[in-house]
Design a protein around this ligand. Structure first.
Ligand code: NAP
Ligand code: ZN
Length: 413
């Protein structure tokens, strides 16, 4: 197992935080010792959890919704049907019938245990589009019948500086991931969007603007926001020369969004066959990154690079493409570390190597509205859920144009 932490689960396990995201579906009792994390040995054997001195113990609500999903039961098991229960909506909860769920490479990293911290069975999926079925008594922003989205987070403390700034993904107590995070309501872990329905605090539900195709909009909830957030943070716009590394789910959204923001976009790919698609998606130039001559011709030419590659690789080859004061932001999260970059490449041009995690709820809504205004959605291949294992294998071969999306009606059939 690698030493790289999972962005959506590990930090919350490590800090042992109270995922105090909303009203409780069940009763909450203070217990000083046991971990709320169901698989923690302290919960099973009732000894003080070494990671949670101030642990709380949650008793699930008696009212539950029986549902069906697809889960991996081990790192090597294929995903298969899995019955489980969702909480009955509490006052600020929204119950959503899931229509579509995108397939992110993070789902694969998690299901196959490539990142530490996977709790089995795991129900992946954090690019969710659905229709509101029911709302709790205090929900003000949604009503039954609304089309909505749910992304990578379903909770955060709502009190720390990051939450206050609308950057819940950096919640100082650890955000609650849509799957494989400690679930304060059930006492187990959260289950994601490869399922029939989901119940989420309204503060983590997004409004789907009119005009966006629901299936093609699903990947905006992760691939879209993960690329939008750094593009906005580093103020990419007209006059900027932007590199995008890797043309997969994140990469194709990065091209579309950077192009729509007015930047000159250069795609770096290992797959020469993706050239025409990249140009059609909005890239101004395409470079095959294995072509040393084409790479050196672009040295010192880019203001910003968004690196989406899901595997360890030589970062120096891309850092050398940055102008003085340029930044390369890593969003790809490979299971194994990259070889360490050469410090002189950074020093000699005051270059920055940075990274970014998904995006906050407000900026996710901003991104969805921007996409509706500009007619931007993902390029998707819609699949029934029983083809999910094949989709994972194809994703590993870079054989996807450019995001698989599960049609959840296939789970109801
Ligand atoms: P994806 O659809 O599989 O795309 C990854 C692309 O990387 C591939 O299409 C390929 O593009 C390139 N690539 C893959 N293996 C490579 C290798 N060995 N050498 C060079 N290039 C390779 O994956 P994704 O869903 O876009 O996710 C990409 C990464 O971002 C994953 O690690 C995922 O976990 C991570 N992620 C991070 C965040 C965050 O918040 N930071 C959010 C979501 C996902 P080419 O064929 O064009 O070379
Ligand atoms: Zn994702």
């Amino acid at each position: 197992m690698s030493a790289v932490p999972s962005p959506w689960s590990w930090s919350s396990l490590r800090t042992g935080r109270d995922s105090g995201e909303s009203d409780d579906a069940g009763t909450e009792r203070k217990r000083p010792d046991y971990c709320m994390f169901a698989r923690c040995p302290s919960a099973l054997f009732r000894f003080p959890c070494p990671q949670r001195s101030q642990a709380r113990f949650f008793i699930p609500s008696r009212q539950m919704i029986q549902t069906l999903g697809y889960a991996a039961t081990s790192a090597t098991a294929p995903l298969a049907p899995f019955s489980f229960a969702r909480r009955d909506p509490a006052a600020r909860d929204v119950q959503v019938d899931i229509l579509f769920c995108g397939v992110c490479h993070s789902d694969l990293h998690t299901a196959r245990g490539e990142w530490p911290g996977t709790v089995y069975p795991v129900v992946p999926g954090h690019e969710v589009i659905g229709r509101v079925a029911r709302t709790g008594s205090e929900v003000t922003r949604f009503k039954a019948g609304d089309l909505v989205g749910i992304g990578c987070m379903v909770g955060s403390c709502q009190q720390c500086a990051s939450c206050g700034e609308g950057l819940e993904q950096y919640c100082e107590s650890g955000m609650v991931g849509t799957y494989n995070s400690p679930d304060r309501h059930s006492g187990g872990v959260t289950y994601g969007g490869y399922s029939r329905d989901i119940v989420v605090d309204e503060r983590f539900v997004l409004r789907l603007p009119d005009g966006l195709d629901p299936a093609a909009a699903a990947p905006l909830l992760c691939a879209g926001i993960t690329t939008w957030s750094p593009l906005r943070h580093w103020r990419v716009g007209p006059g900027h020369r932007v590199g995008v590394v890797g043309l997969g789910g994140l990469g194709h959204m990065a091209i579309k969004l950077a192009h729509a923001l007015g930047a000159h976009v250069v795609l770096f790919t290992t797959s020469a066959g993706k050239r025409d698609d990249a140009l059609r998606l909005g890239a101004d130039e395409v470079v095959v990154s294995r072509d040393a001559e084409a790479m050196s011709a672009r040295a010192n030419s880019l203001d910003f690079i968004l690196n989406t590659v899901a595997a360890p690789h030589n970062l120096d080859a891309f850092l050398a493409l940055l102008k003085r004061d340029g930044t390369m932001c890593l969003v790809g999260a490979p299971a194994e570390p990259h070889p360490s970059p050469n410090v002189f490449s950074l020093i000699m041009k005051r270059r920055t190597l940075a990274a970014s995690l998904i995006g906050g709820i407000a900026e996710t809504q901003e991104m969805l509205d921007f996409c509706a205004q500009h007619g931007i959605v993902s390029e998707v291949e819609v699949i029934p859920i029983d083809r999910i294992n094949e989709a994972y294998d194809r994703m590993l071969r870079s054989d996807v144009k450019y995001r698989f999306v599960i049609d959840m009606s296939s789970l109801r059939a």
